[in-house]
Design a binder for this molecule. Structure first.
Ligand code: ADP
Ligand code: MG
Length: 342
């Protein structure tokens, strides 16, 4: 895997994945508003009689004609070289962006297990140490998803509608003397892929999810799984430390869609602010600007060392193909396109 990344141009890539229409009883699954142009990397969104909106990505995964294979294997092929460069000492970020129900959690879960399996099978022959931390950012506060569940009162209520434990202390985010952002999250040493999957499964149970009109388990928090790899290559006498961040972002849907108020309104505003901050950082990076606004949100602060320098970034824009979702899909595609080019 050494230097495999040299063959991948650019360190910022934006891909898209289209969740297939739900098959309703009786077979019909609603109207579709998306198609893929020959070549496989341009999505055409056609819904408002203004002609098709076109968006070009690095790769588009879908069951639709012309797209790249949406199988686990098809996606793994495109994503693994980037993800595994964490073992060569790179810092890597993979985001899933999109409205609630577009397949972010589904996609990140699959990617996590594919990547971890490969990570542990390909590190044979190296001396390496892998550790994991798992946090969420909810209303711009960071909470540990690996904390001992027994410590947190009312944990069994989590995930249920309108219950959140405000007593769980949030983690300190601070900048150390080198200007590096640090957070005092729990870090667990890992020896196999199954251990990561198990931690993620348990951590996800306590993630802040709420019922909105859109989805019973609409995630209102960003979940950050950070896999740190320390690799020693005795043969070459080298040591590397790389970091892979797998980020399941909170749903990007706009306020009016979920018809929210009170606490839900506040959450949505925090989500919108942090996603906007992420978009601004990515577009500043894409333009090679001198000033990158990392400090505008906890999300971009926590990820600053994995978004800057020679880190590798992949935004997986998750979209739905139904016509009813077209205006949200347009927003998601615009976000992805802006992150890439502006
Ligand atoms: P999100 O995290 O963006 O809110 P989920 O990942 O929870 O969305 O997906 C919503 C539902 O759609 C889940 O039941 C999931 O299993 C299903 N789903 C998502 N993506 C796909 C896909 N590519 N193929 C089949 N089912 C999918
Ligand atoms: Mg989700």
């Amino acid at each position: 895997i050494f230097n495999k990344m040299l063959t991948m141009q650019g360190r910022l890539r934006v891909m898209a994945r289209i969740r297939p229409l739900e098959m309703k009883e009786g077979g019909g699954g609603g109207q579709r508003c998306l198609s893929i142009a020959p070549g496989g990397d341009t999505i055409m969104l056609d819904f408002d009689h203004n002609g098709a909106h076109k968006f070009r990505f690095d790769k588009v995964f879908s069951h639709l004609p012309n797209a790249h294979s949406d199988t686990e294997h098809g996606i793994a092929e495109q994503v693994l070289p980037l993800a595994l460069s964490a073992m060569d000492g790179y810092n890597v970020c993979i985001f899933a962006y999109g409205q609630t129900g577009s397949g972010k959690t589904h996609t990140m879960k699959a990617l996590t297990s594919i990547i971890c399996r490969k990570l542990f099978s390909s590190r044979e022959g190296f001396k390496s140490k892998v550790s994991v931390s798992y946090t969420e950012i909810y209303n711009n506060e960071v909470r540990d998803l690996l904390r001992n569940p027994k410590d947190d009162h009312g944990r069994s209520e989590w995930g249920r509608v309108d219950k959140i434990d405000h007593n769980v202390p949030s983690l300190d985010v601070r900048t150390n003397s080198d200007g590096k952002v640090e957070v005092n999250s729990i870090s667990v040493r890992i020896t196999c892929a199954e251990e990561v999957e198990d931690l993620v499964r348990r951590g996800t149970e306590i993630r802040s999810t709420f019922s909105t009109d859109l989805n019973k388990h609409s995630s209102r928090s960003h979940a950050l799984l950070t896999i740190t790899c320390e690799v020693e290559n005795e043969w070459a006498g080298l040591k590397y430390c790389g970091k892979l961040n797998l980020v399941d972002l909170a749903g990007s849907e706009r306020l009016s869609r979920s018809n929210t108020e009170g606490d839900r309104l506040k959450e949505t505003q925090f989500i919108n602010t942090s996603l906007a901050a992420l978009g601004n950082v990515m577009s500043a990076l894409a333009k090679d600007q001198a000033y990158i606004p990392y400090r505008d949100s906890k999300l971009t602060m926590l990820l600053s060392d994995s978004l800057s320098g020679n880190s590798k970034v992949l935004m997986m824009t998750c979209i739905k193909e139904g016509t009813e979702e077209a205006s949200e899909t347009l927003c998601s595609l615009q976000f992805g396109a802006r992150a890439k080019r502006v």
